[in-house]
Design a protein around this ligand. Sequence first.
Ligand code: HEC
Length: 152
Amino acid sequence: MKIIGTIFTAMMLLMLASCDYGPKSSRGFTLPDGNVEYGRQYFVEFRCIDCHTVAGNEDDMNAPEGIDPIMNVHLGGKTTQIKTYGELVTSIINPSHKVSEQYRMTPAPDAQQSMMRNYNSIMTVDELIDIVAFVQSQYELEPYTPTVYMPY
Ligand code: HEC
């Protein structure tokens, strides 16, 4: 029985490893350095501020008509893990890739679709790179505090 368990574990590990390097993996993905200041401007121009507040920029980056309270998705701030380029680019060009239940379009042609706007045919790659640089720079790495377990 033990050997079956070992083979099973080995197979699972192999499957996980092969997923990482599949044709759709992010292996080999890097972006040129973006310009944070331009990114900040694009963030306002593209009206990302209609749905997003960015930590520390609440005073100068507000949507003129105010933000939709249901939609407000906070970006930036303290985090234990800075979002990678890959995660941020995916969130912008493929927001429906990982949609939280609360932001699903209902009713939508496709229930998986995010309520986030699609910018793919209007945003240039340069703009995307700068926006990603801006958003990434707004996160602040917080040292990870391990859970303290009380001794019995
Ligand atoms: C119409 C509202 C709306 C607009 C406009 C919008 N977003 Fe979003 N955005 C969302 C929602 C809702 C989510 C939450 C993810 C989801 O479930 O779709 C999201 C998620 C994100 C995330 C991932 C956040 C996380 O913590 O994982 C990033 C990054 C992001 N948006 C960037 C942008 C940028 C950059 C723009 C402008 C170019 C933009 N968004 C415009 C609604 C919007």
